[in-house]
Design a binder for this molecule. Structure first.
Ligand SMILES: [Zn+2]
Length: 286
């Protein structure tokens, strides 16, 4: 029978997201003595955290590419990615990577691998937290997330909270989720999982929506106040999504059936991304 030997919780993967680092400190203070698995709390990018920046040379959470993991690299985050991979990759490890968003993401999971373990874990968590949403974006070489070093696990994304700011409620909610995941892993190892709902709802990421750009390639609009904070809500033709100047609105003209996520995420500005567009899908657990 497959067992989880190690649960590894990462914080500070993005140096300007302080919540994860606080949660690591709280976990260390709890002196967890697992009966049937080891718990590790790993500070992923201390140097970026000390600088208060998302990263030093490049985004660590896009650095777990085949090339970097096989050959290593010269950039700060490439070196860390290789170290993390060498130390923590493997099928017996459960990887939980803690993040925050400036968007109104609430309590959410960012999932890249659809397998029964992950789906059962999500079903277990949603049974305890009915406000927990799941954003699924199929793994690909471009994403190269930290959590992809194991088939098991995902990122937790909490918001809204500004970068380099702590929010007590968000810290506590994150810690509770981590503790519930630990509880799941122990029960999984003992083959003592409760009956779970066999179908779960995911928001599957399909594409990005970009800010309006002028002829010089410069952004000239911002998220409309009517659109701000409307993450996970259905997007309809005619919804006002951008303002260019006061009283100048730009409406949504795309297809129906999408929900917007990560609306006004600070980390997306450098790529001119206004939000992600996702479709609701139901997935059965086998
Ligand atoms: Zn992050």
């Amino acid at each position: 029978m497959h067992k989880i030997e190690n649960m590894v919780v990462f914080g500070g993967t993005h140096g300007n997201e302080m919540t994860g680092v606080e949660v690591l400190k709280l976990l260390e203070k709890r002196n967890y003595f697992g009966k049937n698995l080891n718990l590790y709390a790993h500070f992923a990018n201390r140097k970026a955290y000390e600088l208060g920046k998302r990263f030093v040379d490049k985004d660590l959470n896009r650095s777990f590419t085949k090339d970097v993991l096989e050959k290593g690299g010269y950039l700060h985050e490439e070196r860390i990615a290789k170290e993390i991979y060498d130390k923590f990759s493997g099928d017996n490890n459960l990887i939980i990577d803690l993040h925050t968003s400036t968007a109104n993401m609430g309590k959410s999971i960012v999932l890249t691998k659809l397998n029964n373990f992950n789906l059962k874990l999500i079903s277990f968590l949603q049974n305890l937290h009915d406000d927990l949403n799941v954003f699924y974006w199929e793994e690909n070489e471009e994403l190269a997330f930290l959590n992809t070093i194991s088939p098991f696990g995902f990122a937790i994304e909490m918001g809204p909270v500004a970068n380099n700011v702590l929010d007590c409620k968000i810290i506590e909610d994150t810690l509770v989720l981590v503790e519930d995941i630990l509880d799941f892993a122990e029960k999984y190892n003992k083959n003592m999982l409760p009956n779970l709902k066999e179908e779960i709802l995911l928001f599957e990421g399909k594409e990005y929506l970009y800010y309006p750009m002028d002829e010089n390639g410069e952004r000239f609009g911002y998220i409309h106040d009517e659109f701000q904070g409307k993450d996970f809500m259905p997007l309809c033709k005619g919804d006002r999504i951008f303002k260019t100047q006061i009283d100048t609105n730009i409406e949504y003209k795309g297809d129906e059936g999408y929900c917007a996520l990560f609306i006004n995420e600070a980390a997306y500005y450098s790529k001119n991304i206004a939000c992600c567009l996702a479709k609701k899908i139901n997935v059965k657990i086998k």
